[in-house]
Ligand binder design. Structure first.
Ligand SMILES: [Zn+2]
Ligand SMILES: [Zn+2]
Length: 242
């Protein structure tokens, strides 16, 4: 996306299911924001030069974002979801029912989708809102945005106004990660949106789908706020991926 920011995707998985992984090369360390499903090795793909100096940060603990965490020495996640990384199950990572053979665009054995297990990899650093991931020439602030999941975080480069938003804000269905999965809470998400609506953003790189600018970012957040205030308890969003 620029000379030091790279978007990595598992191209055999559709965009709604397979997440965007973000590599940011820094002077002293490299940031890896999310690691995919783990069907193939991300460390081999990145190579040793990059991998040995990676800080792997998880936007949250859903199965599409944490699958290769075990391949990296330094693993960070918000404290609210630390236990999921240590003891991932089909239920707490939403692998069941989220991962389905139909999400694989290029055939690999569908049975592998059913039998795949997320490898346990306890975090080595627990994050809270306000913590900083310092790469040397560039630093990211942790913004805690519970809602899509209890420990969802975004990483924010205040100097360049670049935001990595995970599943909290993206350019897909209603612009947000689905809020009806395990651990999701729409009222919490509403409160998070109220807090982040004024964040100065130049470019937002989401956990799924294409990146977008600050105007679209504000539009997505405002639309969710307006929708949440308008909707009744009975009018739960229709089911879609995310
Ligand atoms: Zn996701
Ligand atoms: Zn998610």
């Amino acid at each position: 996306m620029d000379e030091n920011i790279f978007k990595i995707r598992e191209t055999f998985i559709d965009e709604g299911h397979g997440c965007n992984m973000w590599l940011v090369r820094g002077r002293h360390r490299n940031l890896l924001f999310d690691t995919g499903f783990g069907y193939v090795s991300l460390r081999s793909f990145l190579g040793e030069d990059v991998s040995r100096n990676v800080v792997a940060v998880s936007s949250h603990s859903h199965c599409d974002h944490i699958g290769c965490n075990h391949e990296f020495e330094c693993r960070c996640i918000h404290s609210a979801e630390a236990s999921v990384l240590a003891n991932p199950t089909g239920a707490n990572t939403i692998y069941d029912p989220y991962a389905v053979p139909e999400m694989i665009a290029v055939p690999i054995d569908p049975l592998e989708v059913k039998s795949h297990k997320i490898t346990p990899a306890a975090p080595t650093r627990l994050l809270e809102g306000g913590d900083v991931i310092d790469l040397g020439d560039r630093a990211f602030e942790v913004i805690h945005v519970p809602g899509h999941s209890p420990g969802s975080i975004m990483l924010y480069d205040r100097r360049d106004q670049i935001l990595f938003s995970g599943d909290a804000v993206h350019n897909g269905f209603r612009g947000i990660g689905r809020t009806s999965w395990y651990g999701a809470d729409q009222d919490q998400y509403l409160a998070s949106c109220e807090r982040i609506r004024e964040l100065p953003v130049r470019t937002c790189h989401g956990g799924h789908f294409a990146s977008f600018d600050g105007a679209r970012y504000r539009q997505i957040v405002e639309e969710f706020i307006a929708w949440r205030w308008a909707v009744t308890v009975d009018a739960e969003p229709s089911k879609t991926s995310q």
